[in-house]
Design a protein. Sequence first.
Length: 66
Amino acid sequence: MKTLLLVVGMVLILEGIPYVAFPDSMRNWLRKMSEMKGEHLRMLGLVSMSIGLVICWLVQRSNVFT
């Protein structure tokens, strides 16, 4: 449970960095995303999830981080 909470905390930190560093650019980017079709957003989400899954799988299989 501790690891899960640490991961959630790290995700929130990483997600917040662009909003702190580039608030105007993020506002424009979010406006563009709100105008995208649902199918495109769904595909973007699927690609993001797939990349995350591959990264997790590679880290678990690798001995680099042990």
